[in-house]
Ligand binder design. Structure first.
Ligand SMILES: C[S@@+](CC[C@H](N)C(=O)[O-])C[C@H]1O[C@@H](n2cnc3c(N)ncnc32)[C@H](O)[C@@H]1O
Length: 268
């Protein structure tokens, strides 16, 4: 039985991952949103086979790059999304792969927040994982590798200068981080990362029992993670999200919740 995926809400923007190009690699949620959207703004890397899944009622606009040149400027994309949502359309901003990997989603989310337009991110399969699947290679083959990093060959001209330590310019996503982060934090501090480096511990991400704990490298050793599975993220790219969370919880007396069933468990 296929899950009942709700249709796109009106007056809302969805940043949707189209995956690597095979329509069968779309999520059920992405497919449902494409069927019911009022406006779809897509990048050029999204192939016709995926665009073909858009409902007939939708207006479809390509807002991507041609030969490296954007024919619609980023600010215009922001305006299109915001205006359409304000006209009560459900807007799908369709990006190849995963919308949060190398795709200017950060700027788009900033613009939507500033305009007070509700939005939601729907993850997709990023190119790295699609390529790995095609060549039958585990990027984390435990016999030969213990980490994967995503780099771009194209650096934004307006990138905020990196911090002193080279590792601080990296966002690290640490799978299977264990139940104690003390030694991990101590190692990073010894390597030269600073104590105020933002960290986030997510237990059961995108599940009903999800819990999120924000910290810094200096405090990370005191964090007791929620129930497995747990992911640890570190890096200055998290700073704005950490600040937003702090603002939202400014009046809370209790520390950020960990699930009620927070019991020690193996991190699978
Ligand atoms: C602007 S980035 C967008 C990445 C995308 N958000 C993702 O998660 O895959 C565009 C780059 O992703 C890579 N890419 C995207 N889809 C791909 C595919 N199906 N096969 C190979 N590389 C792909 C290429 O390096 C391309 O230049």
């Amino acid at each position: 039985m296929v899950a009942d995926v709700s249709a796109a809400a009106k007056g809302k923007v969805y940043l949707v991952g189209a995956g690597p190009g095979d329509p069968e690699l779309l999520t059920l949620k992405a497919a449902a949103l494409l069927r019911s959207a009022g406006l779809v703004l897509h990048d050029d890397l999204v192939p016709p086979a995926v665009i073909a899944m858009v409902g007939r009622q939708a207006l479809v606009l390509s807002v991507g790059k041609r030969c490296g040149v954007k024919h619609v400027q980023q600010a215009e994309i922001h305006t299109l999304m915001i205006e359409a949502a304000r006209q009560n359309l459900s807007v799908v901003r369709l990006k190849s792969g995963d919308p949060l990997v190398f795709g200017r989603a950060a700027e788009e989310m900033d613009a939507l927040r500033a305009a007070d337009v509700p939005f939601e991110v729907v993850p997709g399969i990023t190119a790295a994982f699609a390529a790995a699947a095609q060549i039958g290679c585990s990027l984390t083959d435990r016999r030969t590798a213990s980490s994967v990093k995503f780099y771009t060959g194209h650096k934004a001209a307006d990138q905020v200068p990196g911090q002193e330590s080279p590792t601080e310019a990296e966002t690290r996503v640490i799978y299977m981080p264990g139940r104690s982060f003390r030694s991990l934090a101590e190692d990073r501090l010894r390597e030269g990362d600073t104590a105020d480096l933002p960290c986030c511990v997510i237990s059961r991400a995108a599940q009903p029992e999800q819990s999120i704990q924000w910290s810094t490298l200096g405090e990370l050793g005191n964090v007791v993670p929620g129930p497995a599975p747990v992911l640890l993220l570190t890096g200055w790219a998290l700073a704005a999200a950490a600040a937003r969370d702090a603002g939202e919880h400014a009046n809370d007396s209790a520390p950020l919740s960990v699930g009620p069933d927070c019991v020690p468990a193996h991190d699978l």
